[in-house]
Write a protein that binds this ligand. Structure first.
Ligand code: BTN
Length: 331
């Protein structure tokens, strides 16, 4: 389902969001939409069911009192810039994993790109087959489906490029200073605020279906984090010191991800990739330990190579590259 058509709900909200303090006359809405005032009222009931609250004054009309404090398709659509209005996305109440659902929809032939957001995941997955805590509606769980038709060996740089774009968007959107921990962790002072899981189906030496999954801790859960992750999880809202608006953030993120995807496809990402990576890389120059399969290597991070592999200088002064692994900074 795409949300690009102008439903009465969308037109009503657009009028009320223009200036949220302003009253919007019911008579005017009725005229504009060529609907009766009762019909307008019924459309507003639908919006109420989605979590909107309105004030009404007989002589003035309506205005918004509260907006839904969770992802809402109409709001997200309204916040998307005009050139992204056709972007196809859905918001699911609950799913096993948005990565799995996007993979299923790609396999079933859904036109890419598209995104699936979920309020909860029952089997959220992280890297290395780990579980990704996904019960909290204060986080964003989203996966994008792409059909990039590029060689599989570009996958690593793709996820690094997307990671720094997300980092850059969050830095400017929340006025905070996130960093990227290779390959894809979004961190603040060693605490994780987001993670990326990219999965691909490869056909005849080309990536056919690409699933780009992002888990982002947006606001701190009311009940706090589960004890297992309390010491290493943080939410954007905690760092920014203000509650983050899910719908504005989700639209801004979607726009940035789609733009970054196209830049990667036409090669223009090369103009800014190195700069962005250097700006947000938390590991450069740090002494780290890298765990890959059953090996543990310590060394100093020298940056990344053209394929996105991590460059590690060991104590003997020899530099080695690593395509995968988990890094911890040594104190
Ligand atoms: C990691 O840091 O290990 C990656 C975490 C990726 C989590 C996201 S949440 C949305 C998407 N669906 C999943 O099952 N995983 C990713």
């Amino acid at each position: 389902m795409s949300h690009s058509h102008n439903t009465p709900e969308k037109i009503i909200l657009t009028a009320m969001l223009k200036d949220e303090q302003d009253w919007v006359s019911g008579a005017l809405l009725a005229k504009q939409l060529k609907l009766s005032r009762v019909a307008i009222w019924n459309h507003m009931e639908k919006l109420r069911a989605q979590g909107f609250e309105f004030e009404s004054r007989r002589s003035l009309g309506y205005r918004i009192k509260t907006k839904p404090q969770h992802l809402n398709a109409v709001l997200m659509q309204l916040y998307l810039k005009a050139k992204h209005r056709n972007f196809s996305f859905d918001i699911l109440e609950e799913i096993d994993s948005t990565n799995d659902e996007v993979a299923r929809q790609l396999a079933a032939g859904r036109e890419a790109p598209f995104a699936l957001f979920a309020r909860r995941q029952t089997k959220g997955r992280g890297r290395f087959g780990r579980t990704w805590h996904s019960e909290s509606e204060t986080n964003i769980y989203v996966s994008f489906g792409f059909r990039p038709m590029v060689a599989p060996d570009r996958m690593q740089t793709f996820t690094l490029w997307m990671g720094v774009n997300i980092c850059d968007l969050i830095a400017s959107y929340t006025k905070t200073s996130p960093q990227i921990k290779w390959p894809n962790d979004l961190v603040f002072d060693g605490k994780k605020a987001g993670g990326i899981l990219t999965e691909a189906r490869i056909d005849a030496d080309q990536i056919r279906d690409l699933v780009f999954g992002l888990g982002l801790n947006v606001n701190r859960p009311a009940k706090g984090w589960p004890v297992e992750i309390e010491h290493r999880a943080i939410a954007l809202g905690e760092v920014a010191g203000v509650a983050i608006d899910y719908n504005r953030l989700a639209s801004a993120l979607s726009e940035r991800i789609i733009e970054a995807y196209h830049a990667f496809g036409d090669g223009t990402h090369l103009k800014t990739f190195a700069d962005l990576w250097n700006r947000y890389d938390v590991l450069r120059g740090k002494k780290v330990a890298l765990i890959e399969a059953d090996r543990r290597i310590s060394g100093t991070v020298m940056g990344i190579d053209d394929h996105g592999a991590l460059l590690l200088k060991d104590h003997g002064g020899k530099t080695q590259r690593f395509r995968a692994g988990e890094v911890t900074i040594e104190k």
